[in-house]
Design a protein. Sequence first.
Length: 102
Amino acid sequence: GIEFELPMENARVEAYKGAGQVYFGTGLKDRFIHGSQVIVQYDQQPKLWTTTFLYLAGFRFNETWSVFGMFGPRTELGGRVTDRRTEWLSNVTLFADVTNRL
């Protein structure tokens, strides 16, 4: 899928952000799923491009419990920032499906 966002603050557009995701497939009898996401953002102040490349993976243990993780680099490009850098992002979240009503 593809998405586009306009992050705002005080009724002013602060940045332009676009992202795309690709799905690689499933495994382990459809209990595992994975893919990737690319995010490109242009911040107006400072004038700076940021790119993020993420690997996404999820696993369902049973009907109640599942885990989802994302990992990858975020890099600043262009602009007038003197200390450009690449940082590594990681996030793992454990989920519990506790009701069928939602």
